[in-house]
Ligand binder design. Structure first.
Ligand SMILES: NC(=O)c1ccc[n+]([C@@H]2O[C@H](COP(=O)([O-])OP(=O)(O)OC[C@H]3O[C@@H](n4cnc5c(N)ncnc54)[C@H](O)[C@@H]3O)[C@@H](O)[C@H]2O)c1
Length: 346
């Protein structure tokens, strides 16, 4: 298939681009490089279009494309609370423009990066796909609005639309060539590894929560597993899924507490990691864990990596790339990180 990947220079996008190429698909990446890295796609046989989904004409870049994997978006929860309009513009308006352009060029299959943040604070865990979606941030609401668009265009235009609600993406490539490079980095595992590398403390937001050790529980899934799930979802959307909207949780179904992640990181790094208790943040759910059965049953998707494998791969990347992709260009030292946010599941 000829597949366009929006946001293909980003963290999860770059892994998925590789998985799609390996499966024999022809790939075109559409990315404005606002948070992505051109280096993540170096040497790959693909066409790269630097464009902004919110402003630039999209039809020329989508010409001949049959399917789209849509990662491009903004994904910082606290920023979305401060700047909701930015999140609706990029995530909702950008997606709407993409759908309209797909309709015009005749591309009818789409796989969309949604999030467990669309569930808000769950009634209970694990969370199944039919759990009510009550997002508590503009990030979650903007993503949910795209799910609504997808449901409607699937019925009206015959699109095959799949929303993948990721829990917490983490990990790096086994060969050390790809990894997480966000700025600011708000995700727990890279923040813990940065603390391990530099000897600084990592904050634990909430130590008295109603969980098994009092700290937040999240469901970490390896980015290689996510990439494979996208390939499976794309094949379904473009085939038996036409005319239908479907949503799948992507998680392992197993939750880990912040203290358990820190313990796994101590084991993987062999370093003492100083953890500093801090107050919980308002609206941060104590536990977010996927009920992962639907993806297993309908996509045949089974995650292969556990928490230890995730942390080990992330540590190998972090050590070899202390400045992210810029390390390959000789940059040294720590990334300018505005750390301080705990994992929010999204
Ligand atoms: N990382 C996670 O744990 C997680 C969890 C749930 C959902 N998601 C969703 O998955 C997607 C990818 O996440 P990620 O961690 O890889 O993020 P990322 O920031 O690394 O990647 C996003 C990519 O989209 C591009 N982009 C942003 N705005 C654009 C625009 N207007 N036009 C064109 N390109 C644009 C960026 O340059 C970047 O390459 C996001 O939509 C995010 O909301 C991520």
């Amino acid at each position: 298939m000829k597949v366009a990947v929006t946001g293909g220079a980003g963290y999860i996008g770059a892994f998925t681009v590789r998985a799609l190429l390996e499966a024999g698909h022809e790939v075109r990446v559409l990315d404005d490089l606002s948070t992505g890295h051109r280096e993540a796609l170096a040497g790959l046989p693909l066409r790269f279009e630097q464009l902004d989904l919110c402003r630039d004409p999209l039809e020329p870049a989508l010409d001949g494309v049959q399917a789209v994997v849509h990662f491009a978006g903004k994904a910082l929860v606290p920023e979305s609370v401060r700047e909701p309009a930015l999140y609706y513009r990029v995530n909702a308006v950008g997606s709407l423009r993409l759908l309209e352009a797909m309709h015009r060029v005749g591309a009818r299959a789409i796989v969309f990066s949604s999030t467990c943040a669309t569930y808000g604070v769950p009634d209970a865990v694990p969370i199944a796909e039919d759990h009510p979606q009550r997002p508590v941030t503009a990030y979650g609401s903007s993503k949910l609005s795209v799910e609504h668009m997808l449901r409607d265009v699937a019925h009206a235009w015959g699109f095959g639309a799949v929303a993948l609600r990721y829990f917490n993406a983490a990990g790096a490539a086994a060969d050390g060539s790809l990894g997480e490079d966000h700025d600011p980095e708000t995700h727990l595992i890279p923040r813990i590894l940065e603390a391990a590398r530099t000897g600084t403390a990592v904050q634990i937001f909430g130590t008295d929560l109603p969980t098994r050790d009092g700290t937040c529980v999240r469901d970490y899934i390896h980015v290689d597993d996510l990439a494979r799930a996208h390939r499976l979802a794309l094949e379904r959307a473009g085939d038996e899924g036409l005319g239908r909207f479907e949503a799948f949780n992507l998680g392992t179904g197993r939750g880990s507490t912040v203290r358990e992640v820190i313990a796994a990181a101590r084991e993987a790094t062999g370093r003492e990691i100083v953890a500093q208790p801090a107050p919980p943040r308002p609206g941060d759910p104590p536990a977010l864990v996927a009920d992962a059965r639907r993806a297993r049953e309908r996509l045949g998707f089974e995650p292969e990596h556990d928490l230890d494998a995730i942390v080990r791969s992330a540590w190998a990347w972090h050590r070899s790339h202390p400045a992210g992709y810029a390390s390959d260009n000789g940059a040294v030292g720590a990334r300018a990180k505005a750390v301080g946010e705990c994992e929010r599941g999204g």
